[in-house]
Unconditional design. Structure first.
Length: 272
């Protein structure tokens, strides 16, 4: 069985973070492992306010040794890293173990916690991790931060930004416009491999319950790469996966709701 690892935060509500990643890996028939970088909790007595508790450096390193050295990984993704040492350790293990299939989800915001997590940390992610990434999966906010282009609100700007991000070392750039581009009737994303741009179009799913969508998408790309798909094929399949997940999304409470990563089973079986 092919083994894959997520280096990411734990979302105690189960919809995002490594919980979303492991569910997605299982859907792709892979053996999932996780190195926890931080624990995110939400307070039901205070409007679902987020807290993030970083895991200490020694504990993170031990998890990475267990998974990379003790087991071995055919592919990896990273999500919320949260600290400088988590960025450095991720870079060191991806390099030392020669991981070719590494997907960087440059998590800079949590839905529900609107502010950027930490601007200096984001710069460190760009410097150390973009050059290692087979695919990077920024949303429009993250695209703006990584490219320095202030207002990424059109396909043209997405392409311009993708070129800049590719120039910083990522081998393939998947800019997720999703439902966020103004005046669109489709969910539009851009894939750039350094030569060609692909415009990926999907159904625009109208739902409030999108918690974990970014985590699930990058995990699905990582899983597709681990299954031997090309970066573009893995991204196209991941977009189908997240679209069916979002079409089957649901509320956990009045604040938050995730997609359903097992929804594609019925789509596959019944050809929906
Ligand atoms: O969706 C971004 C995200 C990533 N990772 C963890 C999270 C969140 C948002 O809540 O909790 C652990």
């Amino acid at each position: 069985m092919t083994k894959v690892i997520t280096i990411a935060g734990s979302d105690a509500s189960g919809g995002a973070g490594l919980e979303a990643d492991l569910k997605t890996f299982a859907e792709y028939g892979l053996y999932g492992m996780a190195a926890v970088t931080a624990i995110a909790t939400m307070d039901p007595d205070n409007g679902w306010a987020h807290s993030v508790f970083p895991v200490d450096e020694g504990a993170l390193r031990s998890q990475l040794v267990t998974a990379f050295k003790g087991v071995g990984a055919g592919a990896a993704k990273s999500g919320m890293l949260g600290t400088f040492y988590a960025v450095d350790l991720t870079a060191a293990f991806i390099k030392t173990y020669g991981i070719q299939h590494y997907v960087l989800d440059p998590v800079m915001v949590c839905k529900g916690a609107d502010e950027a997590l930490n601007p200096e940390l984001n710069a460190n992610v760009a410097d150390k991790l973009l050059p290692l990434a087979e695919v990077v999966t920024p949303n429009l906010f993250e695209t703006s931060q990584l490219s320095g282009i202030r207002d990424v609100s059109s396909i043209e700007k997405m392409k311009e930004a993708a070129r800049i991000i590719h120039g910083k070392g990522a081998r393939n750039v998947f800019v997720k416009g999703g439902a966020k581009l103004p005046n669109q009737s489709k969910a539009l994303d851009i894939f750039f491999d350094g030569k060609n741009f692909e415009l990926l179009e999907g159904d625009l799913v109208s739902t409030r319950w999108t918690h974990g969508a970014g985590c699930t998408t990058s995990a699905a790309i990582c899983a597709g790469l681990a299954r031997g798909l090309s970066p573009l094929e893995a991204t196209v399949l991941a977009k189908k996966f997240i679209t069916s997940s979002l079409k089957n999304s649901f509320a956990l409470n009045s604040w938050v709701g995730p997609g359903n990563p097992s929804a594609w089973r019925k789509d596959r079986l019944f050809g929906a």
